[in-house]
Design a protein. Structure first.
Ligand code: NAD
Ligand code: G6P
Ligand code: MN
Length: 440
């Protein structure tokens, strides 16, 4: 069986240990010869890498492991780049969330003005990774989680049209796992779904079991009462995420024929989100206090003890999806997966140049998108507006245009007026000086 070389870009990410553990658990179907970490913050990466080195030595001493901040070393001789960078890290996420809230607008990692600000930082970072990959390993594939995936995907479609990058999201699979639990199935892979939309902006139209039985009625009945909060919570979901899963009940009510992505709450109930936000303590603060402390604490414990049992690192679904995708490409499995791809006619009555999230069959040449057909006016209207926002952000980045960025923020359904958009934009420009191109 062929063995692969993988570089994790954003080696210092809180998600890196989960991906390493998932890779180790899948050596029978996606074997590795080498694993590298790359990050532009050497000291953040070192903690994660030194802990992973101990885990790898215990479980798979044959895998050649190294970590570096040098792009040439990192990107040479690799088959896959698994990317999850956060340009500006959590302190900038905190600003993305808190600045709009000062103006009465919701503050979110990937939605609304916060997501737009993050997009303006991410585009350059991700393009840099694509360029390193093409220079040092031109045959490699990049599987990219780096957010905001919708804006990053539009940027790579337009600015690196021939690059082998696939942009992905774990939200649909997280929701599908909850659906599986609601109908009493062990695994979301026992379901077949049809779904369409944009990243963090989509709807399920069909959910069936392996025998073709329609599972939608039972899921709908549950979502109408409890959203995506399952009968028992096996994962110890944090309160803020639990609220989002519960609010799916009200999002669903707008179009009871379909089942919604949880992120639609930010577009359909922005007033509710603002009322339930604490402008002094946002999700970035929760993540820094919980996930970041937990992951780095565990890594430090593993390093001091010299053994993996000293930490509490977990495998998760987020990691399983990227490993499934790599396996599908590596072994031409034709697995059916939701990916962010150019529409190109798949949604018949929608912009062929929009990046949409739809089911694809995945094999050695990448994704083969499946036909969706025509979508209803409600979804089409919402999606057209949001695609325009995402395209305007990429216009703004490409042409260094303040005007386009003002238009983008004004057009976001989360923002009430052009004057509010301008006030937010001016604060964001100031906060992002170090990361955004200078706007004209
Ligand atoms: P994190 O801050 O813990 O990790 C990000 C790492 O990227 C940091 O170590 C940072 O130093 C590094 N980095 C930043 N800019 C870089 C650059 N230009 N080159 C190389 N490295 C760089 O963040 P996290 O919470 O672990 O999340 C990582 C990323 O994964 C974020 O973009 C997040 O939004 C994304 N994510 C996406 C999904 C999805 O559904 N697509 C799911 C989960 C996380
Ligand atoms: C989901 C989304 C990701 C997003 C993450 C935020 O997994 O699909 O795109 O980055 O949630 O989670 P956090 O715990 O960092 O708020
Ligand atoms: Mn996502």
């Amino acid at each position: 069986m062929k063995k692969f070389s993988v570089v994790v870009a954003g080696g210092g990410s809180t998600f890196t240990p989960g991906i390493v553990l998932m890779l180790l658990a899948n050596q029978n179907r996606f074997p590795l010869r080498a694993l590298k970490f790359y990050d532009n913050d050497g000291s953040r990466q070192e903690t994660i890498a030194e802990a992973c080195k101990i885990i790898l030595k215990e479980q798979a001493p044959d895998i050649d492991f190294s970590y570096t901040t040098d792009p040439q070393e990192a990107f040479s001789d690799v088959d896959f780049v698994m990317a999850h960078i956060r340009v500006g890290k959590y302190p900038m996420r905190e600003k993305d969330e808190k600045i709009p809230l000062r103006h009465g607008v919701l503050g979110q990692e990937t939605c609304g003005p916060g997501g737009i600000a993050y997009g303006m930082r991410s585009i350059g970072g991700v393009l840099e990774l694509v360029d390193y990959m093409e220079k040092y390993s031109p045959n490699a594939w990049m599987l990219n989680y780096s957010n905001p995936a919708a804006i990053v995907a539009e940027a790579t479609r337009r600015l690196r049209p021939n690059s082998k990058i696939l942009n992905i999201c774990d939200m649909p699979i997280g929701i599908e796992s909850r659906m599986a639990q609601i109908v009493g199935l062990k695994d979301r892979k026992e379901m077949k779904v049809r779904y369409y939309g944009l990243n963090h902006f989509g709807w399920w139209t069909h959910v069936e079991d392996k025998d073709g039985n329609d599972l939608m009625p039972k899921i709908r009945e549950h979502v109408a009462k409890h959203g995506y909060v399952p009968p028992t919570d096996e994962h110890g979901t944090e309160a803020s995420w639990n609220d989002t899963f519960a609010k799916a009940k009200d999002v669903w009510a707008l179009d009871p024929d379909t089942l919604p992505n949880t992120y639609l709450k930010y577009y359909l109930y922005p007033d509710y989100v603002v009322q339930h936000s604490n402008p002094q303590r946002t999700r970035a603060n929760e993540v820094m206090d919980h996930r970041e402390k937990h992951v780095f604490g565990s890594c430090n414990a593993i390093i001091s003890a010299g053994k993996s049992s000293a930490g509490e690192l977990e495998i998760d679904e987020h990691a399983s999806y990227i490993v499934d995708l790599a396996t599908a490409i590596a072994f031409n499995t034709q697995e059916r997966m939701l990916l962010i791809v150019p529409n190109n006619g798949a949604i018949n009555n929608f912009d062929p140049e929009a990046m949409v999230e739809i089911p694809c069959l995945v094999g050695k040449d990448g994704p083969e998108p499946l036909v969706v057909g025509n979508i209803p006016q409600f979804q089409k209207g919402l999606m057209s507006q949001q695609v325009a926002v995402e395209k305007l952000v990429v216009d703004a980045w490409e042409h260094r245009s303040y005007q386009k960025l003002w238009q983008a923020i004004t057009l976001s359904k989360t923002v009430p007026s052009a004057s509010v958009a301008k006030a937010i934009l001016d604060d964001l420009v100031e906060a992002n000086k170090e990361y955004w191109p200078e706007l004209k």
